[in-house]
Design a protein around this ligand. Sequence first.
Ligand code: 4NP
Length: 158
Amino acid sequence: MIKVLFVCLGNICRSPMAEAMFRDLIKKEGLEGRMVVDSAGTGDWHVGKPPHEGTREILEKYGIDGEGLKARQIAVSDFDEFDYIIGMDAANLEHLTKLVDGKSNIVINRLMDFVPTSMKKDVPDPYFTGDFEETYELVKAGCEALLQQIKAEHSLEG
Ligand code: 4NP
């Protein structure tokens, strides 16, 4: 199993959106049985909560299943558990790097770094911008590019 964890600050806007969208993509590619997808926040304010209504609305608008998403906080054990840990912005990467503190060799990536042509390297936080559509477009491009990279690295075809 290839395990992918998306991380943002609150785990109610960007990373649950990425989790649902990535799961949708791997389902469409017939790779469901090969991967596990999850998301977490660096902060603990919303633990146990469903995604923000902006994220729920955008997933519904684009026909993506967002059922069962529930916020949780990242744990140090996640660094051993997951193969890919993907942050949404530079602040997430900084938090994660501090948390891992040399305890694991895992490489932590930023989602938009998989899209070299993207002008935006951080996925803006819609909790503050209110622009869930922009987040959706960036997360979509990032997830598609990430999946291509994982497929290439693991010689996967659906
Ligand atoms: P997210 O957005 O990191 O994309 O889930 C946020 C959600 C909540 C807060 C910050 C960011 N908050 O401060 O409560």
